[in-house]
Design a protein around this ligand. Structure first.
Ligand SMILES: [Zn+2]
Length: 334
């Protein structure tokens, strides 16, 4: 049977361009409930290539809503099993899986994406994938759920509000970025990972995944209007709310700081590198910046006078809140 026949019904839609789908690559992070539905829809619709990133293994409690998995899959890699089922669903599609933490995946994989899809359930994870999408300038379709409540956000880097720009993030979560000490951040992250499981039902997962898949198809085909840019759905009351979020100039990911090519920063010969780091955190809302001079990352315990020999030294600041390193001229205070 020909491709034409497999996709013939969707190709009846005015403006539909199947060849755009066939030539597209989607990177999907998180092969859980929402991820299972999104992958199923995109693969049956005939996207060209799907790359699934997930480090989790399949548990019994996943089976009420993660439709790609079966009882006999327990303990296996989610991304691997998902890839196997999806290849069976549509052999036309190229399906790759990466059983790794998303942070360990090469940037070149994310660069390949026409759309990145986030089906992650942690705040820290969403924040990370958002910064990656901004870095590689790929549209990001993000979704989340809690019982019968769900949300979808479509982020077009440097055009629409990103995950960090928007005011819907709880303030205590935002504050995490400014916690100066790395160890505290680590502890918070561990606590987050240990949080009790969230309530989840297949109906809501499939509805949110439906919206996300639809936005992805629209973005790839170039049809209709993209979601502007946050949708909230309450399944118990059938209430749908769309909020247009605005970008923030102060956003640590896509705001002016990101565009800042060079800044001057005054340092004192008497202080240690870690004192400079702390001021950088407080000044720019960074997480755990590292200072690099001539390709070497400075040791926090070193004294400024041992590492900066001239009155002005060019350094790069590297931090997870920055989409790329910023160039800083460290100027010795007279
Ligand atoms: Zn932003």
């Amino acid at each position: 049977m020909s491709d034409e026949e497999r996709y013939s019904r969707q190709m009846l839609i005015p403006g539909w361009k199947q060849e755009k789908l066939t030539n597209s690559t989607v990177v999907l992070v998180g092969a859980g409930a929402i991820g299972s539905y999104v992958a199923t829809i995109l693969v049956s619709s005939g996207i060209g290539k799907l790359i699934i990133i997930d480090f989790d293994t399949i548990e019994f409690s996943n089976l009420n809503r993660q439709l790609l998995f079966r009882d006999h899959d327990l303990g296996k890699s989610k991304s691997e099993v998902a890839a196997e089922r999806l290849r069976d669903l549509n052999p036309d599609c190229e399906i790759e899986f990466i059983h790794k933490k998303m942070e360990e995946v090469s940037v070149s994989i994310y660069e390949e994406a026409d759309v990145i899809i986030s089906c992650l359930d942690t705040f820290v994870g969403r924040r990370w994938i958002n910064s990656m999408a901004v870095r590689v300038e790929s549209p990001l379709v993000m979704g989340g759920m809690f019982a019968f409540l769900g949300n979808v956000q479509v982020i077009i880097p440097n055009e629409t509000a990103c995950f960090e720009c928007q005011p819907l993030v709880p303030e205590e979560e935002l504050a995490q970025a400014c916690t100066p000490f790395g160890e505290e951040r680590k502890k918070e992250r561990e606590e987050e990972e240990k949080e009790p499981p969230l309530p989840a039902v297949a109906t809501l997962s499939s509805i949110i995944a439906g919206f996300m898949s639809q936005e992805t198809l629209k973005l790839i085909i170039g049809i209709g209007n993209t979601l502007e840019n946050y949708l909230f759905y309450d399944g118990l009351n059938n209430a749908l709310t769309i909020i247009e979020l605005s970008r923030s100039k102060e956003c640590p990911t896509c705001g002016d700081l990101y565009k800042l090519e060079q800044v001057e920063f005054v340092v004192n010969l008497e202080e240690l590198v870690k004192d400079v780091t702390l001021r950088l955190i407080l000044t720019y809302g960074l997480a755990k910046p590292e200072i690099m001079i001539k390709g070497t990352i400075l040791n926090p315990e070193e004294s400024v006078k041992d590492v900066i020999k001239q009155s002005k030294s060019t350094a790069f600041i590297i931090d997870k809140n920055l989409a790329k390193p910023i160039k800083v001229v460290l100027q010795i205070k007279d």
